[in-house]
Design a binder for this molecule. Sequence first.
Ligand SMILES: CC(C)(COP(=O)(O)OP(=O)(O)OC[C@H]1O[C@@H](n2cnc3c(N)ncnc32)[C@H](O)[C@@H]1OP(=O)(O)O)[C@@H](O)C(=O)NCCC(=O)NCCS
Length: 141
Amino acid sequence: MGNIMLIDNELKAEDFVMLREKAGVLQIPMEQAEKAINNSLFVVSAICEGRTIGMGRLVGDGAMYWYLQEIVVLPEYQGKGIGARIVKKLIRYVEENGIPGTKMTIGLMAAKGKEPFYEKLGFMSVPDDGAGSGMRMYIQS
Ligand SMILES: CC(C)(COP(=O)(O)OP(=O)(O)OC[C@H]1O[C@@H](n2cnc3c(N)ncnc32)[C@H](O)[C@@H]1OP(=O)(O)O)[C@@H](O)C(=O)NCCC(=O)NCCS
């Protein structure tokens, strides 16, 4: 396996769709993928020998709330620390791009069974003493 490089804000919609497919999540139209990438705050791609083998992105208001989305590493590249490198780069981006001296929150919705991966990186599961469960609603436009 060659060197794995992380690059900023260069993820192509085709790779976004492909990686989501490999992660087994809902398929989306290319137009929706393009808009989602363009409206992200920061996008990281993991590249091995010219091929995109992982990704992660930050969405949110860029000041108070930041959310991790689509943290994905291709199955054959998993377990080698690439997912952790992607998440750490996203966390560093928040640390470096928030308004100095302010408190901020990074949230995420872990896929089932992936909670330990995020706990190792410093995230805390909810519900806890102060917070209820994460919640969501699905919309069909
Ligand atoms: C979740 C995912 C991104 C992790 O990426 P990865 O490159 O395999 O993870 P890493 O090798 O960087 O693992 C970092 C640490 O987390 C641990 N870890 C990773 N996945 C884990 C899991 N499912 N359960 C427990 N620990 C896990 C690793 O053992 C490693 O521990 P260590 O630091 O003690 O060695 C990857 O498994 C993936 O893409 N899965 C499919 C898509 C998905 O479900 N994404 C999450 C959406 S919320």
